[in-house]
Design a protein around this ligand. Structure first.
Ligand code: F0G
Length: 456
């Protein structure tokens, strides 16, 4: 089979600034071993996130010039609205400036004290918006989704038995929404099967609970369904996505992921009375209902990107990128999450750095080592991000110590990915020399963004 090539040509480029190991050593210590505190210019390959970091197409840039900046009823809004309606089949579309704004609006209305929002896995901002409303977020992920190194086709699936049990225990009246995240970002970018979505929907219907989709990576999830669920092998991505959304009562989306936009998001709904409440809140915190928090040009970019992302050649290349990097790492013995996810490769830092206990943040130590070795910026998803303290002030570690390397869309080429693999493998060879870290400063919430650390 010929090489799967990038399905695009490059018209416009951005230089990468190169640094030496000595320079990176100084930068790292100035940034207190926290990758969030490193200037982007000092990074060679930036895999901190796939969110808002996509390269837009020439069609999207052309669309930006056509953006209609009218306050009310702009042409760009109707383009945006029609596109989302066509893809999701949902009649109501509410633009927001990004995903978490959509979540804020939805859960301010649907959440509240004593309520439970159930999910396969809620993303951090989704959970935070649920909890700010007074409600509790509950993750009911299938058992295979919790074991990083054991492959399965749909590790993002919801545990349907646990869902049924939870509903009976807490009462359907206390569960205003069941939300499925596709793909499951916090669980390794793993997909959810159509069958699982149908099963969850059936339970939700039986108990009168609306089902929502967190649609950030709907196209990547649809591609996995096409590849792994026999029934869908001859369906188009559009058809698969449409069926997926057909089971949902609504969805939220961050257009910073599968819409190739640098900013943007929306809520799509079927319920007119809920939409009325959403729009009232939208006007207070985002903007008028025909722009949300967006400029007309942003809505154009999102509308065009939403169609481009469903092109199969693109998705084929996209998913192959994660597999390609995963295969290289596996063949060198590096412990990674299997199978490869849709938007990122996750290293199991606990297995990678066996000599560093959770109390010394192996994930963060690995993030620092990757930066030092090759200027590669990744993000820790482990005890620095999710760790808590017990009453004696001892760390309660996170369930897993992962390092996520999220691949921005259409930004890096195969040789960049080869370079990333080489750096990781080199770090793996010298892993015994890596030291653990201890925290010298931390904020009371979301500490990973601003924490300062030093080598133990
Ligand atoms: N839902 C999921 C599944 C996400 O991955 C994100 C963002 C959001 C909601 C929130 O969207 O950033 O536009 O407000 N994920 C980014 C990441 C930040 O790096 O994974 P947002």
């Amino acid at each position: 089979m010929p090489t799967i090539i990038e399905p695009f040509k490059i018209k416009s480029v951005e230089p990468i600034t190169f640094t030496t190991r000595e320079e990176r050593k100084a930068i790292l210590s100035k940034a207190f071993f926290n990758a969030f505190l490193i200037k982007a210019e000092d990074v060679i390959i930036d895999l901190l996130t796939d969110s808002g970091t996509s390269a837009m197409s020439s069609a999207q840039w052309a669309g930006m010039m056509l953006g209609d900046e009218s306050y009310a009823g702009s042409r760009s809004f109707f383009h945006f609205e029609n596109t989302v309606k066509e893809i999701t089949g949902m009649p109501i579309v509410i633009p927001t400036h990004q995903g978490r704004a959509a979540e804020k609006i939805l859960f301010t209305i649907l959440g509240g004290e004593g309520k439970y929002i159930v999910s396969n896995t809620l993303f951090d901002t989704t959970r935070a918006n649920i909890e700010v409303s007074g409600a509790t977020g509950v993750d009911l992920l299938c058992p295979e989704g919790k074991i990083p190194t054991v492959p399965a086709a749909f590790k993002g699936n919801m545990d349907v038995e646990a869902l049924e049990k939870f509903i009976l225990e807490k009462g359907a009246e206390n569960i205003p929404v069941c939300m499925i995240t596709v793909t499951n970002n916090s669980g390794g970018g793993q997909p959810v099967s159509m069958q699982n979505i149908r099963d969850v929907k059936a339970i939700c219907i039986r108990h009168g609970i609306p089902m929502y989709i967190d649609a950030c990576r709907f196209a990547e999830n649809s591609y996995f369904i096409k590849m792994r669920e026999k029934e869908f092998e001859n369906k188009t991505i559009q058809e698969i996505a449409f069926e997926m959304f057909s089971y949902a009562d609504g969805c939220t989306m961050s257009a910073k992921k599968d819409a190739f936009a640098n900013i943007g998001g929306f809520i799509a709904l079927r319920d007119e009375s809920l939409a009325l409440q959403c729009r009232n809140l939208l006007i207070i915190i985002e903007g008028f209902p025909t722009y949300g928090g967006l400029a007309g040009r942003d809505m154009e970019a999102v509308a065009i990107g939403l169609r481009e992302v469903m092109e199969e050649q693109y998705l084929h290349y996209r998913i192959r990128t994660m597999e390609y990097l995963t295969e290289k790492l596996v063949s060198a013995g590096v412990p990674v999450m299997l199978p490869a996810g849709g938007h990122a490769v996750y290293i199991d830092a606990k297995a990678f750095l066996e000599h560093i206990p959770s109390e010394e943040y192996p994930g963060q130590a690995l993030v620092a080592a990757l930066y030092l070795e090759g200027g590669v910026r990744a993000v820790e998803i482990g005890s620095l991000m999710f760790g808590k303290y017990d009453e004696q002030g001892r760390l309660i570690p996170a369930m897993m110590e992962l390092v996520r390397m999220a691949i921005p869309r259409r930004v890096y080429t195969q040789s960049h990915i080869d370079y990333v693999a080489e750096i990781i493998i080199e770090v793996y060879r010298n892993r015994r020399n890596i030291k653990g870290l201890s925290i010298t400063y931390e904020a009371p919430t979301l500490r990973h963004f601003t924490a300062r650390l030093r080598e133990v």
